[in-house]
Design a protein around this ligand. Structure first.
Ligand code: DX5
Ligand code: ZN
Length: 219
């Protein structure tokens, strides 16, 4: 059974006090800080860029897990590496036939590399990435906003992807799921084969962040 890691999404956090926010997430037992970078083009929302990564870097030792919801992510990689990003995820819908090449460039900058697909993209579109990726991400909501409802069809995609990884020499590849995850549905997500849990709203609306983060590791 793979170790389950919890990656709170700072999209749901207080942008005016993000340093203290990430420090608190680390104190409450988070494994990663999930940073939702949005450029207002790939998705309608604009959030933040490499400067936010640079500014929160000194506040935590946790890996900064940067989800790039941007056009031409290959043009942003050096700036995120310089900013202190540890893991960068790029969208297959944007990288298309140069996704594997982009994963290799991310790794050349000394970061871990991950690819992501949206809910409407078939899971087969990630298969070419399995060999090179350090992690693969399945969106369980349509990207652009926090607080959406989990799309249940994602469970079958998780199972299919984990099965493909097992059958293709990557049984322990991290599979991250992102969007609409709560205490009520997280056990099914883990059961299906995911082991990295992104949660924004569930963590930030919690009365006891430490308990909620621990609960998101599954019972
Ligand atoms: C959506 C982001 C998700 C989102 C998760 O585009 O990629 O990371 O912030 O937030 P919740 O957990 O509130 O759905
Ligand atoms: Zn995300």
């Amino acid at each position: 059974m793979l170790k389950v890691k919890v990656a709170p999404s700072i999209l749901a956090g207080d942008f005016a006090r993000m340093g203290e926010t990430v420090r608190k997430l680390e104190q409450c037992g988070a494994d990663y800080i999930h940073c939702d970078v949005m450029d207002g083009n790939f998705v309608p929302t604009i959030t933040f860029g490499n400067q936010m990564i640079e500014q929160i870097r000194p506040y935590t030792r946790l890996p900064l897990d940067c989800h790039l919801m941007v056009l031409h992510p290959e043009t942003r990689l050096e700036s995120f590496a310089r900013a202190g990003a540890n893991l960068v995820t790029v969208h297959v819908e944007e990288c298309r036939d140069h996704t594997v090449q982009t994963l290799r460039i991310i790794k050349n900058y000394g970061m871990r590399a991950s690819a992501v697909i949206n809910p409407n993209t078939p899971v087969e579109h990630l298969y070419d990435c399995v060999e090179d990726a350090d992690m693969l991400l399945l969106m369980s909501v349509h990207p652009g906003w926090g607080g959406q409802k989990f799309i249940p069809e994602t469970l079958a995609k998780i199972e299919k992807l984990r099965d493909f990884c097992v059958r293709n020499g990557r049984p322990d590849l991290d599979i991250e799921v992102d969007g609409g995850i709560t205490e009520e549905n997280v056990d099914a997500v883990i059961e299906a084969g995911a082991n990295v849990i992104v949660a924004g709203s569930t963590v930030f609306r919690s009365q006891d962040m430490r308990w909620t983060i621990s609960r998101l590791r599954g019972v």
